[in-house]
Design a binder for this molecule. Structure first.
Ligand SMILES: Nc1nc2c(ncn2[C@@H]2O[C@H](COP(=O)(O)OP(=O)(O)OP(=O)(O)O)[C@@H](O)[C@H]2O)c(=O)[nH]1
Ligand SMILES: [Mg+2]
Length: 346
């Protein structure tokens, strides 16, 4: 009898330590408490990672561009091939036409087609540089960034990465859980809050997002927080309801802090290609978008959308997502983008 008792006790103790270990292990990834500098791993250099994320787009363009640029002259066939390649990379018809028209003016027909490559690269760079890629800054905090976009585009992940970036720069960050629509959205933001040591202001699921963000901003002002990043819902029953909600959020935020939001980032999924254009059109009108964060650049051959978005909507792509990890966010670099898409060496 006594033997059984000790055996059972040992069994229970073993089980308890196993459960304890599993719990400890699974929470490890969620709670990295060291100072921000150590918590956020240093990835490869910005340019390397950025260029690597463009690999698929470059591959998709590569074959057809090689054939075009290898031609003896910048003739009609070269332009046709170029048009086809740009459209395939989701540059969009309007931007493609604009680029080709300008190229025709710059490159004489008698020039070797390789001249098209150099000029195209310069042209893309110049045109992208028209729209500044730096995020807004304010003299006196808090800087308020509103993040909008359809569901699944990568809003919450981008917020987490952005919070990590500001924390690394030594700023204090507060997150506002303005997506009260989707089940689990608040929890997801709280995980990023813990990871980046940024307090999260949240109400219940189903609460009024404008009220949540009102409270977030008031709390941030009272506490002297440097940066406030506001999450929003990506889907409501109707597009009109979503747009009305965003308009209300903007009004309320602007009332608490005149001038806010200072930056309204539209998060677009890079793998959506042309669909990103229609989203940009809708959100730009209603939500007062000031810049684009293009996510999942690492998983798409449609990186050409960057050019289309800039040309058609006058919107700068300011940030790009190059993976799912906390340090997989890059400032968009027009120079590196043009160089990566149209390299001198194939
Ligand atoms: N590969 C890759 N995946 C990403 C990137 N950004 C976000 N994701 C993934 O995309 C998925 C959706 O991201 P979320 O941040 O939840 O998207 P959301 O816009 O907040 O979605 P809702 O809350 O449903 O509106 C997640 O699995 C992310 O890990 C990126 O740059 N690269
Ligand atoms: Mg979300």
């Amino acid at each position: 009898m006594q033997e059984w008792f000790w055996l059972a006790l040992t069994g229970v103790a073993l089980l308890a330590s196993l459960v304890g270990f599993v719990l400890w292990y699974s929470r490890r990834g969620l709670l990295p408490p060291p100072p921000p500098d150590k918590a956020i791993p240093q990835g490869p250099t910005t340019l390397d990672r950025f260029a690597a994320a463009l690999q698929r787009t470059r591959d998709a363009l590569g074959g057809s561009l090689r054939a075009v640029f290898g031609r003896e002259q910048a003739d009609e066939e070269a332009y046709e091939g170029l048009e086809e390649a740009l459209l395939r990379a989701d540059v969009g018809t309007r931007a493609t036409t604009a680029l080709l028209t300008e190229l025709r003016g710059r490159v004489p027909v008698t020039a070797p087609a390789s001249a098209l490559r150099t000029e195209l690269r310069a042209l893309v760079r110049e045109r992208l540089l028209r729209h500044p890629t730096a995020l807004a800054t304010v003299e006196k905090g808090p800087l308020v960034i509103l993040v909008v976009g359809v569901n699944g585009s990568g809003k919450t992940t981008t917020i987490g990465k952005l919070a990590a970036r500001y924390r690394k720069e030594g700023r204090t960050v507060m997150l506002g859980a303005g997506d009260t629509f989707r089940a689990g959205a608040i929890e997801q933001l709280k995980v990023w809050g813990e990871r980046t040591e940024s307090p999260v202001v949240a109400h219940q699921e189903g609460a009024d997002p404008a009220a949540v963000l009102h409270d977030t901003l008031q709390s941030a002002i009272a506490k002297g927080v440097d940066v406030v990043i506001c999450d929003t819902a990506g889907r409501l029953q109707a597009q009109k309801a979503l747009m009305d909600e965003l308009a209300k959020v903007r009004r309320v935020v602007g009332k608490v802090l005149p001038g806010a939001p200072h930056e309204t980032l539209l998060v677009l999924d890079g793998t959506m290609g042309q669909n990103a254009f229609s989203q940009a059109r809708v959100f730009k009108e209603v939500a007062g978008v000031t810049g684009v964060a293009l996510t999942k650049l690492d998983g798409t051959a449609k990186g050409g959308v960057v050019i289309g978005i800039s040309e058609e909507f006058g919107l700068a792509v300011k940030l790009v997502g190059v993976g799912e990890k906390v340090d997989d966010l890059r400032t968009f670099d027009p120079e590196a983008f043009a160089a990566a898409l149209f390299p001198d060496v194939d």
